[in-house]
Design a binder for this molecule. Structure first.
Ligand SMILES: [Zn+2]
Length: 91
């Protein structure tokens, strides 16, 4: 079965509205779209897999898969932030 989109939860809405994440590492935009999906019957696992994705209007995006939505959100946000910081340090 494929990933099914989930309605945005409080964490995702708050991260989007509060612009809690650094801007896009590629274009600097701060109007990011954040959402999660779930695959309840993945081929490679007996338990559901959650995926959180951060995407930018320029086409840049980053996602993370985890067993819980909370972990997927935390890791996805953390990696997005690291990438933004790494790019700044390279300039
Ligand atoms: Zn961008």
């Amino acid at each position: 079965m494929a990933l099914e989109p989930l309605p945005q939860d409080a964490v995702e809405i708050s991260a989007m509205l509060g612009k809690k994440l650094p801007g896009c590492a590629f274009c600097g935009a701060t109007s990011l779209v954040i959402g999660s999906s779930v695959n309840e019957t993945p081929d490679f696992s007996k338990t559901s897999v959650y995926q959180t994705r951060v995407s930018c209007e320029c086409g840049a995006s980053l996602f993370y898969n985890a067993r819980t939505r909370g972990e997927a959100q935390r890791e996805c946000f953390s990696r997005w932030s690291q990438r933004a910081t790494a790019k700044e340090n390279c300039l």
